[in-house]
Design a protein around this ligand. Structure first.
Ligand SMILES: [Zn+2]
Length: 297
């Protein structure tokens, strides 16, 4: 019924159609993955396991990864980052040098030592750098990596910044804000130029970071600490941390707030109590940052 020429013509048309459809699907997938990268990915790494051996919500150490490329603090970085994160994270921004924020830093450098083709950049204040060099990388606790090289060169590089200044870390622009904790602690406004998030780090009552919220363009979310329950108010005060009641008063300093607040740094032994007390405070647009979950802002 059909001539050979017609069949050949039809087959060519069909394969062209198939090819076009495949290209369209590929184009759609590329567009989708491009738009995925527009979001800022934020993940609080796990630092303990539950009775089934799975990541637990109890947070002993702090390390937050942004876009699988930049770490805020290195409390548990070496222990619970993914292979992709270990491959990609070369910028580590420290809020302050307390052990729960730096515990995995020596191991992270150690694990990568031989294969680093560029140094790990540690963004920190002069005070934090001096503490790391004096108390951690002092050849007694761990090797002084700043004096060592692998086949490709230096393995770490300190990038010093002053409190209150703006600096670059990988693809991010970071504004540091002094907060109220010991050892010159910093909070940060972190921007990938389309969105910003803020992190208080450890802090007691403070003002500047709340004031800055109003002037930070496109602020999508803020991570705030709340370490102790209300009945340990004296301990919170002595150690420069917040309780649910104190946090409520702090957030009221912001005034009208359009962005969500995610609570971090709940001391593991008081976690359930702090969560109950935060619920009772009925603070709007506030939740607990889930350990391990990848948030996109
Ligand atoms: Zn601290």
């Amino acid at each position: 019924m059909f001539t050979k020429g017609f069949v050949e013509f039809a087959l060519t048309k069909l394969s062209l159609l198939f090819f076009t459809a495949k290209s369209a699907i590929r184009f759609y997938e590329e567009q989708a993955s491009d738009s995925d990268t527009l979001e800022m990915k934020v993940q609080l790494l796990p630092s303990s396991i539950d009775e089934n051996g799975c990541a637990s919500q109890r947070q002993h150490l702090l390390s937050i990864i942004i876009d699988d490329r930049v770490a805020i603090d290195a409390g548990c970085l070496a222990f619970s980052c993914t292979d992709v994160q270990r491959e990609q994270v070369r910028d580590i921004i420290l809020t302050h040098p307390h052990l729960d924020h730096i515990a995995a830093l020596p191991m992270y450098i150690d694990d990568l030592f031989a294969m680093l083709k560029e140094p790990i950049r540690i963004h920190a204040t002069r005070e934090s750098i001096d503490i790391l060099e004096r108390d951690i990388f002092n050849w007694a606790v761990y090797p002084r990596f700043s004096e060592l090289k692998n086949d490709f060169g230096a393995v770490i590089e300190y990038h010093e910044f002053s409190q209150g200044t703006v600096f670059e870390a990988a693809h991010l622009s970071v504004r540091s804000v002094p907060v109220n904790h010991q050892v010159g602690s910093n909070g940060y406004f972190i921007s990938d130029r389309t969105a910003s998030i803020a992190i208080t780090g450890d802090t007691a009552e403070t003002d500047e970071i709340w004031r800055e919220c109003g002037s930070s363009a496109n602020l999508k979310a803020m991570m705030v600490e709340c370490a102790f329950p209300d009945e340990l108010d004296d301990l919170a005060e002595a150690s420069f941390h917040l309780t649910p009641k104190r946090l409520r008063a702090e957030l009221e300093k912001i005034g009208e707030r359009r962005f969500p607040v995610y609570v971090i740094n709940l001391k593991p032994m008081y976690r359930d109590e702090v969560i109950e007390q935060l619920k009772a405070e009925e603070i709007p647009n506030l939740e607990i940052l889930e350990v391990g979950k990848v948030y996109e802002f």
